[in-house]
Structure formats: structure tokens, C-alpha cells
Design a protein around this ligand. Structure first.
Ligand code: 2HA
Ligand code: ZN
Length: 269
């Protein structure tokens, strides 16, 4: 067996959570990541026949039976991921009943996966239907995104348009736009279902007064989506009420043409 602490997926989780903490997005235990792993790759590092314990999930994830994820732990701090991955992270496999998770590695202190496990797993199910290469769901609390969401209407097309008009990179990085959910109780199956419904269409979903979800095929893609929203929201908030120059619609259309993008419908028309 190879040493799991050297596994590329472990390094990616450590590096990403460290970056997110450094950027001030993940105070205390804020934020969570789940990463769908390749079974053959995981088998190089851990014995897949040895289940440490089973953990009920409280929802049905039958579409994910047998799939293996590395997931941040509930109550755990991104700040501490790298110094003690075995307590702060877990590798889990969705059990044959679809309603339990089999712990294969980690959560060493008796812990369990993030309280947002429903939103993560339901989002994985939704994204895998539209993108077979999909692997990662990332949730975080970026300051300016939350601030901008608080001063904008809940209408996701309006929110997307305000982002696109503030920074030319925005439409290029997320032509598919940003979904917006109203303020809801987090950590529930209900917010999980609502997030997954948005994920059928969007790779980015804002949770009003809380944070953002991103999804994609690798860490760079998902991190890049969220950091571009956050940077753009920062520009929006720094200029709020004093804007002299916002990006004209014909420049946005020009960018879409140049990069062969299909912008979210109903925003520019
Ligand atoms: O676990 O971010 O949404 C901390 C959170 C809950
Ligand atoms: Zn959160």
C-alpha cells in the first residue's frame, strides 16, 4: 500500500483548504469540500474491504452507491486540515442501501462528514447527470459575495448580470451564470434538494446570507469559479453607488462571441 498522505487527492484537499482559509473565506469551521475519487486510485492507498464504521446519512443517495468521496469533517477548521488530515478529513463510500456512508479512512477522533453532506451528495447527483466528468463540490463563505448578495435582489439573472457588468472576466469564466437561493436553514435535506435543483443548471449557487457552492471537474476549475465570483463581488462592493463605467451589453456580447460562449439566457436579451 502506498502512503495516503502522499496521495494527490490528499495534497489537493490540503492545498485548497489552506488557500481558502488564507483568503478569509472559511472562518472557524466554515466551508466544506467533497471530492469524488477514482476507486482504483483509492485502492492504492487504503484497503477498500475494511470499513471502519458506517454512518447513516438521513437521505437516499442510491445513484451514488459504491462511489467514494474524500469529505471535510463536521465542526472541523480549514485552518487545521493540513496539520492533521486524518482527524479533519474522511474517505467514505456510499453503502449498498444508499442511505449510509462507510468510513474507509479518517475522522480519527470519532467525527463524521460535514453537516452539509445532503447538499453535497445531492449536488453530485445533479452535476453527474449533466457532466460525466464532474468530481468536486465546494462550499465556502467568501465575504464580498455574501455582502453583494445582501444588497442585490434575489433574482439570479439580475445577480448574474450585475457580476458580468462589473468585470470582463466574469462572463468568460461563468457564462452559465450564478444561481441564487433565498435564505434557508442550512445543514438540512431541504436546502440540499434546493441546491441540487439549481445545480442541474448552474455550477455556482449562492446561499443568501450564507455563502456559495461551486461544482466542477477539478479543484482548479471549482476554486477558479468561486474566486472569480468573489473578486467580481469585491469590485461591485468597492464601487457600489459610485459606478461611472460598467461593461456595456454589446461588449459582453462581443466577449461571448470571441470566446464562443453560450451565456445564460434572459440576461443580455
Ligand atoms: O460547516 O459552512 O454551512 C460549516 C458550514 C455550514
Ligand atoms: Zn456554510
Amino acid at each position: 500500500m502506498k502512503n495516503i498522505f502522499d496521495a494527490p487527492f490528499m495534497r489537493e484537499m490540503e492545498k485548497t483548504t489552506e488557500n481558502m482559509y488564507r483568503l478569509g473565506w472559511d472562518e472557524r469551521n466554515g466551508g466544506n469540500i467533497s471530492y469524488l475519487l477514482d476507486e482504483n486510485e483509492v485502492a492504492e492507498y487504503i484497503d477498500l474491504n475494511k470499513v471502519i464504521r458506517t454512518i447513516p446519512t438521513g437521505f437516499n443517495a442510491s445513484e451514488l452507491i459504491g462511489k467514494i468521496f474524500i469529505v471535510t469533517g463536521t465542526g472541523k477548521y480549514f485552518k487545521n486540515m493540513k496539520s492533521d488530515p486524518e482527524s479533519n478529513l474522511g474517505v467514505v463510500r456510499i453503502g449498498k442501501d444508499g442511505t449510509t456512508a462507510e468510513l474507509l479512512w479518517g475522522y480519527k477522533d470519532g467525527g463524521r462528514f460535514t453537516s452539509e453532506f445532503p447538499a453535497h451528495m445531492m449536488s453530485h447527483m445533479a452535476r453527474l447527470k449533466v457532466d460525466p466528468d464532474h468530481r468536486i463540490v465546494m462550499h465556502t463563505h467568501p465575504t464580498y459575495t455574501i455582502a453583494m448578495n445582501a444588497v442585490c435582489p434575489l433574482d439570479e439573472k439580475e445577480f448574474t448580470k450585475r457580476l458580468w457588468k462589473s468585470n470582463t472576466e466574469a462572463i468568460v469564466v461563468f457564462p452559465d451564470g450564478v444561481g441564487v437561493l433565498p435564505c434557508m436553514v442550512c445543514g438540512t435535506n431541504e436546502i440540499g434538494k434546493a441546491t441540487a435543483e439549481k445545480m442541474a443548471k448552474f455550477r455556482l449557487v449562492v446561499w443568501t446570507n450564507h455563502g456559495i457552492y461551486g461544482a466542477g471537474k477539478n479543484m482548479d476549475e471549482v476554486f477558479g469559479l468561486i474566486e472569480t465570483v468573489e473578486k467580481t463581488a469585491q469590485i461591485y462592493m468597492l464601487t457600489l453607488g459610485r459606478v461611472q463605467n460598467s461593461i456595456p451589453d454589446d461588449v459582453l456580447k462581443g466577449l461571448a462571441k470571441l470566446w464562443n460562449l453560450k451565456p445564460l439566457e434572459g440576461v443580455l436579451d
